[in-house]
Write a new protein. Structure first.
Length: 160
C-alpha cells in the first residue's frame, strides 16, 4: 500500500557511542526550514555576529548548557546555521580511561532536541542526526576549521 521508504541506517552497528573521543554532530531542522537566523534584509551578515532568531537564541543557550549538564561531555566548537547546527562534542574519560556516567551521543542529542522543543512548544527538528567519530588530530583540526568557516562560506554564497 503506502509504505514509507526505509531509512538508511547511519549508525555503526555495535559501536559504543558513549566511548571516550570526539564526535562531529550535525542536527538539521525539519524540511531544512531556516528558523535559526534572522533575515538580513539583503545586506551581508557578519558571520561573527550572526543574527540569531528567537529560536536560534534558545538553541545557542542549550548548546552552552551542554557543558554543565553532562560532566563527561564538552562542546569544543559549534556553529548555528540558518537550518542546521554543527557540534564538535568530546566525551571525556577518567584517569583510568573509563567514562563516568557518560551518555551516548544519541541521548545527548535527544535530550537537547527535547529541551528546545519543550521551550518553544513545537518540534523544529528533522528526525535523527548525522555524526562522525573523529579518528585523529588531523580529522579534528579539519572539522574545527569547517565549523569555524561554515557561517562565512554561507554568507559569501548569498552575496550577489
Amino acid at each position: 500500500m503506502n509504505e514509507q521508504p526505509k531509512r538508511k541506517q547511519i549508525r555503526i552497528e555495535n559501536y559504543d557511542y558513549s566511548a571516550p573521543g570526539a564526535y562531529f554532530v550535525t542536527i538539521c531542522t525539519a524540511n531544512r526550514a531556516k528558523v535559526l537566523w534572522l533575515h538580513c534584509r539583503g545586506e551581508l551578515c557578519s558571520p561573527d555576529k550572526v543574527p540569531l532568531s528567537d529560536v536560534g537564541a534558545i538553541v545557542d543557550r542549550e548548546i552552552e548548557k551542554l557543558n554543565a549538564v553532562y560532566d563527561a561531555v564538552s562542546v569544543d566548537k559549534f556553529c548555528i546555521m540558518p537550518d542546521h547546527i554543527h557540534l564538535l562534542l568530546v566525551i571525556h574519560a577518567d584517569v583510568d580511561g573509563r567514562t563516568q556516567f557518560a551518555p551516548t551521543i544519541s541521548r545527548v542529542v535527544k535530550q537537547f532536541k527535547g529541551s528546545i522543543t519543550k521551550q518553544i512548544g513545537r518540534s523544529i527538528w528533522q528526525k535523527s542526526f548525522y555524526e562522525h567519530g573523529i579518528r585523529n588530530q588531523q580529522d579534528y583540526d579539519e572539522i574545527w576549521e569547517y565549523i569555524e568557516n561554515n557561517p562565512l562560506k554561507y554568507t559569501q554564497k548569498r552575496t550577489p
